[in-house]
Design a protein around this ligand. Structure first.
Ligand code: ZN
Length: 437
């Protein structure tokens, strides 16, 4: 079961693997469609047997249509001497993501109308997109922009915007029950690490981890472009979506900030309580946010027609760190040890979900005599004995067919794994019986 395996997973090893995968994926120019996404999914496929779907341009998905496919091979701004002063080959952030093709000579004044920069961080290249309005533009550092002189420039965006496909990946792990856990991450950002790649590598690593277990729940791991991706998936999988009992959107999990949890729209569903329980007992500072209809792909999963119990567990949330949506959200911002901590937090949450069952005390009239069953000696090590005895008493008392183990953990103030271990021991002594369904 997940606890044992998680406990034995070497955090340094897990963190290094995630970081290595991030390094591999970093250079690709991802977007909401196109070959950058295909290459990304191909690499993830080397780790988990992802099924890659291609949905044609123009496909109606609820109120939206799958857009044209965007691909890019090169882009630059050349000065009068023919030197590349802005070069897509150096950073794919230099081009407005989804920029339409252009090749022409422009004056400085015209060029400036097609440039984004960040005066507040003059060394950083901003990340900008224009998915649903056809335009061309470049992004550059403010320092570069302020050094441009009056002359004729050649601008070139060698991109195509044509009928094609939207590409996404999914991986299903069947469990004992068809009830499902969803882990979703967006794949549409180019060379951006914390917002995008950290979620992708965590999602892939969790999928690999779960594939080695025999989980109670079935799992769906989704790798989708932001917004249009989950909309497309939900439109094609309404029946499957109805089976989602718990879900998390994984994003911004690679920086060193405290954990932040955004509740599902339902507010206090089992996933919300599981995450908050784990955070509360983590010994770290954390913050919990109520649901708002802005943010990541939980916006689609939590739209009123679905209202799925999907929250978002992050480190520093989107928009709340200075490097957000810029070239500074790079391989230096994210560290293997931070990724490893996020992995441990996610596996601890999934462990709660997996083991949160309801039992009935088989000896409900007065306390059973634990001593004659040798239970005091069996439960826990010497140091934890008192705690384990207390946990046993809590589980026996509240296992009335109404309270789940998470209820008992919350009410007792004890950690879920302590309560769950006590329940395991009582089960072995036939003092508990599981309530099914
Ligand atoms: Zn973003």
């Amino acid at each position: 079961m997940p606890t044992q395996q998680t406990a034995h997973a070497d955090p340094t090893h897990v963190g290094n693997n995630m970081y290595q995968l991030m390094r591999e994926l970093y250079p690709f120019c991802r977007s909401i469609t196109g070959n950058g996404n295909r290459k990304t999914l191909e690499i993830i496929k080397q780790h988990i047997p992802l099924v890659v779907h291609e949905v044609p341009t123009g496909t109606q998905v609820f109120d939206w249509q799958v857009p044209k496919e965007w691909n890019i091979t090169d882009a630059y701004i050349k000065n009068g001497k023919g030197e590349r002063i802005v070069d897509f080959r150096k950073s794919n952030l230099h081009v407005l993501n989804y920029s339409m093709p252009v090749k022409k000579k422009v004056s400085l004044a015209e060029l400036k109308q097609h440039v984004f920069a960040m005066p507040e961080h003059p060394d950083w290249i901003p990340y900008r997109t224009s998915y649903y309005k056809e335009q061309w533009a470049f992004c550059m550092t403010y320092n570069q922009l302020s050094q441009l002189t009056e002359q004729e420039y050649e601008v070139c965006v060698d991109s195509t915007l044509k009928d094609g496909h939207l590409t996404y990946g999914e991986y299903h792990i069947p469990g004992e029950t068809p009830d499902r856990v969803l882990i979703s991450s967006h794949i549409c950002h180019p060379s951006i690490c914390n917002d995008n790649l950290s979620g992708i590598v965590l999602n892939a690593c969790l999928a690999k981890h779960l594939s080695r277990l025999s989980p109670r729940y079935s799992y769906t791991f989704l790798f989708v472009p932001g917004t249009i991706g989950p909309i497309t998936w939900l439109a094609r999988n309404e029946t499957l979506a109805a089976r989602i009992k718990h879900g998390l959107v994984a994003a911004c999990v690679g920086d060193g900030g405290n954990f932040n949890y955004k509740r599902s729209r339902r507010g206090n569903d089992e996933i919300d309580r599981a995450v908050i329980h784990v955070l509360k007992h983590s010994g770290r500072d954390y913050q919990v946010w109520d649901y708002v209809p802005t943010g990541y792909d939980e916006r689609q999963y939590c739209s009123p027609g679905f209202n799925l119990p999907v929250g978002c567990l992050m480190r520093t949330p989107n928009g709340m760190y200075p490097e957000y949506h810029s070239s500074a959200d790079n391989l230096d911002l994210v560290r293997p040890e931070f990724l490893a901590e996020s992995f441990s937090m996610y596996t601890a949450v999934l462990d709660v979900i997996e083991k949160n069952k309801i039992y009935v005390n088989q000896n409900p009239k007065c306390e059973p005599q634990l001593g004659k069953r040798g239970l005091y000696a069996l439960v826990g090590g010497q140091g934890d004995r008192k705690l384990q005895e207390t946990a046993v008493l809590w589980v026996l008392n509240l296992s009335d067919g109404e309270h789940s183990l998470l209820d008992i953990a919350e009410q007792s103030g004890l950690r879920f794994d302590v309560i769950s271990e006590a329940a395991d021991v009582l089960l072995q002594h036939d003092l508990l019986k599981e309530i099914l369904g």
